[in-house]
Design a protein around this ligand. Structure first.
Ligand SMILES: Nc1nc2c(ncn2[C@@H]2O[C@H](COP(=O)(O)OP(=O)(O)O)[C@@H](O)[C@H]2O)c(=O)[nH]1
Ligand SMILES: [Mg+2]
Length: 490
């Protein structure tokens, strides 16, 4: 996300860094590049103008021009102003203590409302809060079924009335059912339209006035740029919004909508959606987002993601094992099992500063599948072998490979890689956050220098490695496929 904006800003900073002594006119050139890259990212003109006024004011002051590292000063100013522009936020979902809280989701068709119902449910479930879903999108029967599918996947009850054409009734009935079932939160999945129209607005306004939701969240598709901002303005005029959830920030969203929508609606961005899966919902943090835009990495979000995967107790146990050198293939396997989710690795690496290179190496690789393969190999080992991989001789290797249905070279590769990683893990576990960042950097270097470590990829079953050219072609094909799918989805 934000690729063009990131690049634009980086080159602006670079151009300033390149100047020996900075003059006001040098600085203005750099600032012009900052402005250009924001406009190119589809940030609305009014917002850019406002933003640039503030940045220019600060950046052309003597303090910056005379400072030893003017480009760092400029990064700092842009960071602060981005945070200012995006915030302040409150990402908590206020819950009533004595009654069910009603959350109403609204937005255009395809913006991600129904998916977000599932993501919010998952988030609430993780916090041991019981959600309940109401299918109030009566435009298409398929919409009701879609919500039921999500409910079944997450084991969350869904209220719907087949054949009804009265969304207010459905919502009221659903809230009553949720209350009776002892749910803490009931989420209303309302109808959307391809574009804003009066009947939709009337329907939503009616639900709002008759059902009296505690929170009304607007779901906005971050990929649609300026359109998203315009529609947010229209919703905001008719409904009393409490927050915005911006979805699809995982794709090639240019990011302009995110930067403009707060300005237009004056309500906080609550969450951002960064994928199709239920765990791809992040509480919105302006500081983290500004860091990501400026390629400073969002360490807190990585920590949060890691916590969602591994709970505190488990983590402490794992760290203790790592620190004491008891981190064996068994623990490695359990860890892999937790992170072997589609796209998760890439996403977490993408949030770290300086990990761009690794991420590029991983791009287009099916890391999820690779990890499952590794798990399969470890599963074929005996407990003793898992504790002490040195025991694995030729005959054992053959047996393991056969058991896992892979080539012998795959088993070799895995034990070799584990031999490199385990000591690094051990060192990192015994250090604080700064130490861990250092270790990550070191791990990245190891991976880049040792081609076979790239993306922890195990060689294919043939034992043959793809040539860089073939790899690039493969990546290109996959991207093409993805674009095609996206176009079809639209
Ligand atoms: N990549 C990505 N896709 C999303 C995200 N949120 C929703 N989608 C996809 O967007 C499409 C429309 O979502 P849906 O929830 O049905 O939208 P609704 O019409 O507003 O209910 C579906 O294909 C979702 O999988 C997101 O954060 N990232
Ligand atoms: Mg829907």
């Amino acid at each position: 996300m934000f690729e063009s904006l990131k690049e634009g800003l980086q080159s602006a900073f670079k151009s300033i860094r390149g100047k020996g002594k900075l003059t006001e006119s040098n600085m203005r050139e750099g600032l012009q590049m900052v402005e250009q890259s924001m406009l190119a990212a589809d940030v609305s003109y009014a917002v850019v103008r406002d933003f640039m006024d503030r940045v220019t004011d600060k950046a052309t002051g003597k303090r910056v021009l005379l400072s030893l590292r003017p480009h760092e000063e400029l990064v700092k100013i842009v960071y602060e102003e981005l945070v200012e522009l995006l915030g302040p936020v409150d990402t908590s979902i206020p819950l009533k203590s004595n009654d069910v809280s009603i959350i109403m989701l609204c937005g255009l068709q395809g913006s991600g409302k129904t998916t977000t119902c599932g993501k919010l449910s998952q988030l609430l479930l993780e916090q041991k809060v019981k959600p309940y879903l109401v299918a109030a999108d009566l435009q298409r029967p398929a919409a009701i079924e879609q919500l039921h599918v999500i409910g079944r996947q997450l084991n969350v009850p869904v209220y719907s009335e087949l054949g009804s054409n009265d969304p207010v009734r459905v919502c009221r009935e659903g809230v009553a059912k949720a209350r009776a079932a002892g749910a803490r939160v009931v989420i209303l999945d309302t109808a959307g339209r391809l574009a804003i129209d009066e009947p939709l607005m009337q329907e939503l306004a009616l639900i709002e006035s008759k059902v009296q939701p505690d929170q009304v969240y607007l779901v906005v598709d971050g990929m649609t740029g300026q359109d998203a901002v315009n529609s947010a303005g229209a919703f905001n005029e008719r409904l009393e919004l409490d927050g915005v959830i911006m979805t699809k920030l995982d794709g090639d969203a240019r990011g302009g909508a995110l930067l403009s929508v707060k300005h237009v609606t004056q309500v906080p961005i609550k969450f951002i959606g960064t994928g199709e899966h239920f765990d791809a919902l992040e509480p919105f943090r302006p500081e983290g987002m500004a860091s990501r835009i400026l390629e400073m990495g969002d360490i807190l979000e990585v920590a949060r993601q890691a916590h969602r995967i591994i709970d505190e107790k488990e983590r402490e146990k794992l760290e203790a094992k790592m620190a004491s050198g008891q981190f064996t293939l068994q623990e490695f396997r359990d860890l892999l099992l937790k992170v072997a989710k589609p796209g998760l690795m890439q996403k977490m690496l993408g949030l770290l500063p300086g990990m761009g290179q690794i991420n590029q190496l991983l791009a287009g690789q099916d890391t999820d599948r690779e990890m499952r393969k590794m798990i399969g190999v470890i599963d074929s080992m005996t407990p003793t072998e898992r504790r002490n991989p040195k025991l694995i001789d030729n005959s054992r290797r053959n047996r393991i490979a056969k058991g896992a249905g892979v080539a012998v070279s795959v088993v070799n590769e895995l034990t070799r890689q584990f031999g490199v990683i385990a000591p690094l893990m051990q060192m990192s576990a015994s250090q604080g956050l700064a130490g861990k960042m250092n270790m990550l950097q070191q791990m990245q270097n190891t991976m880049i220098q040792d081609p076979s470590m790239r993306g922890m990829k195990i060689k294919g079953d043939t034992g043959k490695r793809l040539s860089p050219k073939k790899k690039a072609k493969q990546k290109e094909d996959r991207e093409k496929q993805l674009r095609k799918l996206k176009r079809k989805g639209k």
